[in-house]
Write a new protein. Structure first.
Lengths: 281, 261
């Protein structure tokens, strides 16, 4: 009996892992080869993949996902980096406050934060159009055209996510040895020169890591799209994840949705492998 | 970055004319708590209860499972150890949202659609928690446990007075990660919980927001939909924020540790 103890202890965890990770991956692969709805299944081989790659909505969701990944990179890397560079040498209390301030928006779920952005970009009462009117520009109907709708999601994402990147970068920046910084100052480097030529290269590997994380994050964008545009107008702002959601859970086309999931997962695994490579290096 | 949050707070306490005033009021001229009042009166209590049910049950199950697994890895040697470990952690590489379709099909086959259990079950698998539990318990000095055994403690006492107190940080992390996921999850819960009285907070807020684009006259003043939305969002933020703030320091430490490995 004693010998079985570890297996008994591990059983629930193993079951949960099988149910929530292993089997789903296998099933997604399997389902992608079938035409499937709620009740029936029919083998169709690779036809689902042909269907999605010739579906305009899927292709534009690929493009959109790249835009959203860019938003993740913009916010999670660029904004976070800039913030870090201008606050890494502040006194400790400021830093703690800033860290909390940066982190707060990230823990609020995308759908919550999106409520504000829905209001800000409201055609008549929103802040954005009011700002435009200050410059004598006509109000924009933000959600009625693909370009502007994409812009809304882009802005919402990039301003909501710098928190984690900021914390990472600040942590890395604080571990730069003091001697290096002192030496630079002694050599007469200006604050800006220290920022760009010493701090940035020192944390470069973490910046790169964060870049990859951001790209992966962009692949998963769903909540922002759901809350802000619902994929509209006319399915033009769907992310890949949203496309899968719409195909599978709104329209019940499980086979097609699984094919899309396989594509998504492959890209994601590729990215994860890259991350492992970089971490190891 | 904080500006949206500020705008949310401001919006939730503005009166109706102030909401859409041009130029926008950065500081509300006639603040009112009517939105909060209305929300608390109507549907919120049910939503909060539902959210608590899902979050608490999921978190408890998650803690038990992760700690049990961690215990197994820390205190036993057995064949297949490495493979099982990999099997358990394989989920860390895969973003959960992408597997939502097959998981939903599984839950449906189990007949758990529209149940609290169905809503909580996917949260239970917390590979991060398993990893932390295993590492933490391994590093716990085994001598403490042997000492306690020498003093005649049986395993129940052992659990209570030695193991659990010493594992508080890991249990904390599991609570925060699983609980946080439960509170911010929307996609899964909106799929599973279909009858309205079972909705959790985030479901209620999102799904009921659609109807409130017009003003409400509620006896003690008009409440406009937009302000309701903001108030709801702020209320939703509270538990998430608390969870997040509590986890912040631990999160940072663990992230740095993870990155440097």
């Amino acid at each position: 009996m004693k010998k079985l103890a570890p297996y008994v202890l591990l059983a629930p965890a193993v079951v949960s892992s099988l149910m929530m990770a292993v089997l789903p991956v296998v099933n997604v692969g399997r389902l992608s080869l079938f035409q499937s709805d709620y009740l029936t299944e029919k083998w169709v081989g690779l036809r689902n993949y042909k269907v999605i790659f010739s579906d305009q909505a899927f292709l534009s969701s690929l493009v959109n996902s790249m835009v959203y990944a860019g938003a993740f990179a913009m916010g999670g890397v660029v904004i976070a980096l800039v913030l870090t560079l201008y606050s890494y040498d502040l006194p400790k209390r400021w830093k703690n406050g800033l860290r909390m301030a940066a982190y707060l928006p990230t823990i609020a779920a995308g759908i919550i934060i999106s409520q504000v952005w829905l209001w800000v970009f409201h055609p008549s009462g929103g802040l954005a159009n009011w700002l435009l009117s200050l410059f004598h520009l006509a109000p924009v109907r933000w959600f009625s055209a693909r370009g502007t709708a994409l812009a809304v999601v882009f802005i919402a994402i990039s301003l909501s996510i710098p928190g984690t990147g900021y914390i990472l970068f600040m942590g890395a920046a604080s571990s730069i040895s003091v001697e290096v910084l002192d030496a630079a100052r002694v050599d007469g480097a200006s604050r800006n020169q220290v920022r760009w030529w010493i701090v940035t290269p020192s944390i470069m590997w973490i910046v790169l890591l964060q870049c990859l994380f951001s790209l992966l994050g962009g692949l998963q964008v769903w909540e922002f799209v759901y809350a802000l545009t619902n994929g509209g107008p006319a399915r033009s702002t769907e992310s890949m994840m949203y496309y899968v959601y719409a195909a599978g859970l709104l329209r019940g086309q499980y086979g097609i949705a699984s094919a899309g999931s396989v594509v998504l997962l492959s890209i994601g695994l590729l990215g994860a492998a890259l991350i492992k490579r970089i971490k190891g290096a | 970055m904080l500006a949206p949050l500020y705008w949310m707070v401001v919006g939730s306490i503005k009166d109706t004319p102030g909401l859409f005033a041009v130029p926008p009021q950065l500081i509300p001229l006639h603040p009112t708590l009517n939105s909060y009042k209305l929300l608390m009166q109507r549907a919120i209590p049910i939503w909060i209860v539902n959210t608590a049910i899902v979050a608490v049950s999921g978190t408890v199950m998650s803690v038990v499972i992760c700690m049990a697994a961690g215990w197994a890895f820390a205190f036993y040697r057995f064949p297949g150890q490495k493979i099982i470990y990999l099997l358990l952690l394989v989920g860390m590489m895969i973003p959960r949202q992408m597997l939502i379709i097959p998981v939903f099909i599984e839950i449906r086959k189990l007949g758990l659609v529209d149940t609290y259990l169905g809503a909580a079950l996917p949260l239970v698998y917390n590979p991060l928690g398993i990893m932390f539990a295993a590492n933490w318990l391994k590093s716990l000095s085994k001598s403490h446990i042997d000492d306690a055994r020498l003093l005649g403690a049986r395993w129940w006492n052992l659990m209570h007075h030695v193991l659990l107190p010493m594992s508080a940080p890991v249990i904390g992390v599991i609570i925060l990660t699983t609980g946080g996921a439960a509170l911010s999850d929307f996609m899964w819960q909106s799929l599973v919980l279909q009858t309205e009285w079972k909705w959790t907070f985030q479901l209620g807020m999102m799904n009921r927001m659609q109807i409130v684009d017009l003003g409400f006259d509620v006896g003690w003043g008009r409440v406009h939909g937009q302000s309701l939305r903001m108030a709801g969002a702020i209320l939703l933020l509270f538990p998430v924020t608390i969870v997040g703030l509590l986890s912040q320091r631990k999160f940072v430490d663990n992230v740095m540790k993870g990155v440097s490995e």
